[in-house]
Design a protein around this ligand. Structure first.
Ligand SMILES: [Fe+2]
Ligand SMILES: [Fe+2]
Length: 272
C-alpha cells in the first residue's frame, strides 16, 4: 500500500495570496496534479491541517473544489488555521470524522491503523491535547493494541529549534501527550505538519516526522530569537510505503527539477 501526506495548504478565497506573496491556490493545484500522477497509484492521501488560512466557509468551498480533483480518497484533520466547525461543515460527507468536539479519526487500511488527532485549540495558534483527547486516544490504542499504527497530528510534540514555531507547538506535550503514547510499541511513526519543512526526531522510542508544506516553507533559522519568516524552498509531500511489516517514508518534491536521467547506456553499461 502506498499513500501520501499533504499538509499546510493555507488556501485563501477571493484570489488573495498568503502574506500578500504566496499563491497557495496554484500550489495546491500543482500538489493535486503531483499526487494524481504518482505511480504506482496512491491508495489515499492524509491532509494534516492548515487546509485554509482564515478558516471561513469561502475558503473551505474553494479548498473542496480543488481537493476533490484527487483521484483517490483523502482524509483530513485540522490545524491552527482551520476553524473546527466550518471544517466539519465543509466535510460533512466525510463520515470517518468524529461527530462532535475534536475533529479526529481512527481507520484501518491494509492492516495499518491510521489515527488522525485534533491538536487545535479554537481561536489559538498553539496546540494542546486535553483530557478528552487523551481519553479518546488511549481507548483507540487499547482497542487496537496489536495493530501497527501511524498517528497524524498537526502540532508536533517536540521542539524543533526554530523558536517562533516552538512557541506555538503542542503545549504541555511532556505532561499531556507523551505519557499516552510512550511504550505503545504498535506506534510506528507520528507524522506532523505545522512547521512547513522536513524535520525528524526519534523521541521516547517513536520516530516523529514533520512534512514540508505544499507552498511556502518556514525558514531554517536556528538562531535564538530568529525573526519569523518563510522561504520558497521546494514544496513536497511525504510518500508512505506500507509493506505489511514495515512503514517506509519518502519526501517527494513538487516541481520540475529535470530528469529522469538514465544511469545506464543502451548496452546496459553504467555511463562513465
Ligand atoms: Fe501551516
Ligand atoms: Fe499550523
Amino acid at each position: 500500500m502506498i499513500f501520501a501526506q499533504l499538509t499546510d495548504i493555507h488556501i485563501k478565497a477571493g484570489g488573495k495570496f498568503a502574506y500578500n506573496c504566496v499563491d497557495t491556490l496554484s500550489h495546491l493545484r500543482k500538489a493535486v496534479a503531483h499526487l494524481n500522477a504518482f505511480r504506482p497509484r496512491l491508495d489515499f492521501v492524509v491532509i494534516s491541517g492548515d487546509l485554509v488560512d482564515l478558516g471561513n466557509a469561502d475558503e473551505y468551498e474553494l479548498f473542496r473544489q480543488e481537493i476533490d480533483q484527487l483521484t483517490m480518497p483523502f482524509y483530513v484533520i485540522p490545524g491552527n488555521h482551520d476553524h473546527r466547525d466550518a471544517m466539519r461543515e465543509a466535510f460533512a460527507d466525510h463520515d470517518y470524522l468524529t461527530n462532535e468536539g475534536a475533529l479526529q479519526f481512527s481507520i484501518e487500511k491494509d492492516g495499518l491503523r491510521i489515527i488522525g488527532l485534533d491538536t487545535t485549540i479554537p481561536g489559538k495558534h498553539d496546540g494542546h491535547f486535553d483530557a478528552d483527547k487523551q481519553t479518546w486516544l488511549r481507548a483507540e490504542l487499547t482497542a487496537h493494541k496489536d495493530q501497527p499504527t501511524l498517528v497524524f497530528m498537526h502540532h508536533p510534540p517536540f521542539k524543533t529549534g526554530i523558536e517562533h514555531m516552538d512557541d506555538i507547538m503542542l503545549m504541555r506535550a511532556e505532561e499531556d501527550f507523551w505519557p499516552v503514547v510512550t511504550g505503545q510499541s504498535q506506534i510506528l511513526q507520528i507524522a506532523c505538519g505545522h512547521v512547513h519543512r522536513a524535520i525528524e526526531v526519534f523521541k521516547n522510542g517513536i520516530p516523529v516526522s514533520i512534512c514540508p508544506a505544499s507552498g511556502h516553507q518556514v525558514t531554517l533559522d536556528l538562531e535564538p530569537d530568529g525573526e519569523p519568516s518563510f522561504v520558497m524552498d521546494p514544496p513536497a509531500v511525504r510518500i508512505f510505503r506500507w509493506t505489511g511489516g514495515e512503514l517506509i517514508n519518502h519526501l517527494s518534491f513538487i516541481g520540475d527539477f529535470g530528469g529522469r536521467h538514465p544511469f545506464f547506456d543502451k548496452n546496459g553499461n553504467l555511463i562513465d
